[in-house]
Design a protein around this ligand. Structure first.
Ligand SMILES: Cc1cc2nc3c(=O)[nH]c(=O)nc-3n(C[C@H](O)[C@H](O)[C@H](O)COP(=O)(O)O)c2cc1C
Length: 313
């Protein structure tokens, strides 16, 4: 395809399956890589030993490139990085932190490094830190989000203006048409999260996958801006947050309400009431749970048709 992202990773299609807590283990990552995209193991919800097992299993399940996503908030991050190096993982996506902290360490060990940002300022910092590519994520995305609340439509051309390394767009992309749109805006490839949550191979709980399929317009909201802003489905837990805001809760009270393991409770254990259910606005366009390979193929087919469709414009 002669594409900078496909060439950088040695993959067929410039579709990256986002690293996602409680959703993207070795099954999903290897299925996407085998289908010609780039699968990513989400290490953020894994103990170091669990990550080790997922990397080993992923290597057995695919001989194609795959990566690991490491959110820099992870408390035992040194242990994760040591395992990544020891097991010879070739691609690391870092997020939620300063790109300077780990980029040279990883690059010195021959690893391709990509950093996730939600603003032009941090895109430039990441480029200065020496990363190989950037994911720019708009605030319609599922999961943790930027404070500036810039949409993908605005963010991608703004980042493109200021950086020269390959650019991956994320946030609101679940179809081939959306993929074409962000590539017209300057992206070299896409990172897709929510769409892959509703895949057969995602490790998310079946009830959560079903909830994603049922989510319509307006089903998600960005909240907890005082802690780490997160986009989630409006369920009982979300309503409890709203009540806390109405009662002028302090940051400490919000933190106590969030508590520990909320995301695991919802997305992995299937508690649709009390759990945190991270998903993007694009859930409204997801109508069925499909095999990951089918998602990749459908996106590429729609992308090709959409490109032909706009020839006449
Ligand atoms: C359930 C879920 C968990 C996520 N976990 C992570 C994570 O651990 N690390 C990360 O960098 N991004 C995480 N994200 C964000 C994704 O990597 C991706 O950038 C985002 O989902 C793209 O937007 P979309 O959901 O509209 O496709 C998560 C997203 C979702 C939906």
């Amino acid at each position: 395809m002669g594409n900078r992202i496909a060439d950088l990773f040695g993959i067929q299609y410039p579709i990256i399956q986002a690293g996602m807590v409680w959703a993207s283990g070795w099954r999903l990552a290897s299925a996407v890589s085998n289908a010609g995209g780039l699968g990513i193991i989400g290490a953020g919800s894994m103990y170091p030993q669990v990550l080790r097992e997922h990397i080993v299993k992923c290597k057995l399940a695919t001989n194609k490139p795959f990566g690991v996503n490491v959110p820099m908030l992870y408390p035992d991050i040194e242990k994760l990085m040591a395992i990544i190096v020891e097991l010879d993982v070739k691609i690391v996506f870092t997020s939620a932190g300063n790109p300077k902290t780990w980029t040279s360490y990883l690059k010195d060990r021959g690893i391709t490094v990509v950093h996730v940002v939600s603003s032009v300022k941090f895109a430039q910092k990441a480029e200065e830190a020496g990363v190989d590519a950037i994911v720019a994520e708009g605030f319609e995305a599922g999961g943790h989000n930027g404070r500036d609340e810039t949409t993908t439509l605005t963010l991608i051309p703004a980042v493109k203006e200021k950086i020269s390394i390959p650019l991956i767009a994320a946030g609101g992309i679940a179809t081939g048409r959306a993929m074409l749109a962000v590539m017209v805006l300057g992206a070299d490839g896409v990172q897709v999260g929510s769409r892959f949550v509703a895949s057969n191979e995602a490790s998310s709980h079946p009830l959560f996958k079903q909830k994603v399929v049922e989510a319509g317009e307006g089903a998600t909201q960005l909240t907890l801006r005082e802690l780490t802003p997160v986009r989630l489905i409006k369920n009982k837990f979300y309503n409890d947050i709203q009540k806390a805001y109405a009662g002028c809760a302090t940051v400490e009270e919000l933190r106590a309400l969030l508590g520990r393991a909320r995301a695991k409770k919802g997305m992995f254990e299937g508690d649709m009431e009390e759990g945190e259910l991270e998903i993007g606005q694009v859930a409204a366009l997801i109508h069925e749970i499909k095999p990951a390979a089918q998602i990749v193929m459908d996106m590429m087919e729609e992308f090709t048709h959409a490109k032909a469709d706009v020839q006449h414009l």
